[in-house]
Write a protein that binds this ligand. Structure first.
Ligand SMILES: [Fe+2]
Ligand SMILES: [Fe+2]
Ligand SMILES: [Fe+2]
Ligand SMILES: [Fe+2]
Length: 400
């Protein structure tokens, strides 16, 4: 089945989209690096095309807990001074290693900030001690930073800027490889044009040899769990939140008589429900006091981003409205759509209880932590207003 064979690549694609959503716009950093790296690899590492493409998509995933997206830090001095930046290649590699078909990509990612002359990090490797995939990622990463210069560089301008860093950041060979590739047909203009990037990345996703030939549930589960960890890492207070919401959702679904398979699907929605939070600035997510109206407006966008991310994955399409509806209220006063009663998908009504229950029983900057018993009382008290009475009733027994 076409859907199933592409589940793996679509999940990685969605994960990379999540990393690159910056408030109201896409940054295209991961996608541009992926596209370029794959193209360069066709010439010198053809058997690892897929690995390097995924490495490009995920190389900065370990930087997710930075206050700003990684592309905003352009000076290598900042990289050495900031512990999150300094450790991000290692952190990214660690995360990607948890996705078993991507162990080779993880090694490439580990070296993506090493520099040819030994001035890079984290290990200060030099020359061909640097993983070749890592060397390719290095020049592609630099290309993307240069592609953000305004007014945009011409091909000649780009070549000059790239040439200035040869022998320092990357070898002559890698530089020549990049230049030859950029000069092929209209490739340079295509890769500079943000409008063409989404299309290009999707095409590569479809064309690439499958590296996950035998997709089984547990592999997809691995990636979904990685997703959850990355989502929770964005926020200082939410360690384990996505996983617990997934668990509570599953418990409630079972208690409400849903079939095992259906309950497991809802669990997946639980893991991913806050994916869109990655696009909300950390200063808002971690703000200790009340949010201003504008900040709250931005915060309220996160379910919409969640839907955008999840709709990239064919096999998750039926879960999009469920995950995206976890802040709807039974009385219609919720967001993002203000749906009420039965108009809210049942799965979303279940998730609303699971999400609130975990929020109440966790330490958060804006509230004092409640005990399980107290949280159940609050759910009971808000039955029929915030929560579906059926689900609220099930919570009393089904939740820990
Ligand atoms: Fe990086
Ligand atoms: Fe990067
Ligand atoms: Fe949420
Ligand atoms: Fe949540």
């Amino acid at each position: 089945m076409e859907d199933k064979s592409r589940f793996f690549s679509e999940l990685i694609y969605a994960l990379s989209l999540m990393m690159d959503l910056d408030e109201n716009r896409k940054l295209f950093h991961a996608w541009r690096v992926g596209i370029l790296a794959e193209k360069l690899a066709q010439k010198i590492l053809p058997e690892y095309r897929a690995q390097i493409f995924y490495a490009g998509l995920l190389h900065d995933i370990g930087a997710i807990s930075l206050p700003e997206h990684v592309v905003h830090y352009t000076d290598i001095k900042e990289h050495f001074a900031n512990p999150i930046l300094f450790s991000h290649p290692e952190k990214s590699a660690q995360i990607v290693r948890q996705i078993s078909p991507l162990v080779i990509a993880a090694d490439m990612i580990m070296d993506h900030h090493e520099q040819w002359d030994g001035s890079g990090y984290p290990r200060g490797l030099a020359g061909n001690n640097i993983n070749l995939g890592g060397q390719i990622l290095r020049i592609c990463d630099t290309f993307d930073i240069l592609a953000r210069v305004r007014p945009p560089l011409s091909l000649d301008g780009m070549k000059t800027s790239l040439s200035a860093r040869r022998g320092v950041e990357y070898s002559d060979l890698i530089y020549e490889l990049m230049v030859t590739t950029l000069e092929e047909g209209d490739f340079f203009n295509e890769v500079m044009d943000e409008k063409k990037i989404s299309e290009k990345v999707l095409n590569i996703t479809k064309e690439l040899p499958l590296i996950d030939n035998n997709p089984n549930r547990s592999q997809a589960d691995d990636i979904i769990r990685v997703f959850a960890k990355v989502i929770d890492a964005k926020h200082s207070y939410t360690a384990g939140h996505s996983e617990r919401v997934a668990e509570y959702t599953y418990m409630l679904a079972k208690a409400l008589g849903l079939k095992e398979e259906e309950a497991k699907r809802l669990k997946v929605a639980g893991y991913l429900h806050d994916a869109g939070k990655v696009a909300v600035p950390k200063s808002i997510l971690d703000k200790p006091g009340r949010l201003t109206l504008d900040e709250f407006k931005l915060m309220k966008r996160h379910p919409v981003y969640t839907m955008e991310i999840m709709s990239m994955v064919t096999l998750l399409k039926d879960l999009v409205v469920i995950a995206g509806g976890h802040h709807e209220r039974y009385d219609g006063a919720g967001y993002p759509d203000g749906l009420s009663g039965e108009a809210i998908p049942f799965g979303a009504r279940i998730m609303a209880v699971a999400d609130a229950y975990d929020a109440m029983t966790s330490v958060r900057p804006y509230q004092s932590q409640r005990s399980f018993a107290e949280a159940k009382e609050v759910i009971e008290k808000n039955s029929g207003s915030q929560f579906d009475p059926k689900v609220a009733k099930a919570a009393a027994k089904a939740l820990p």
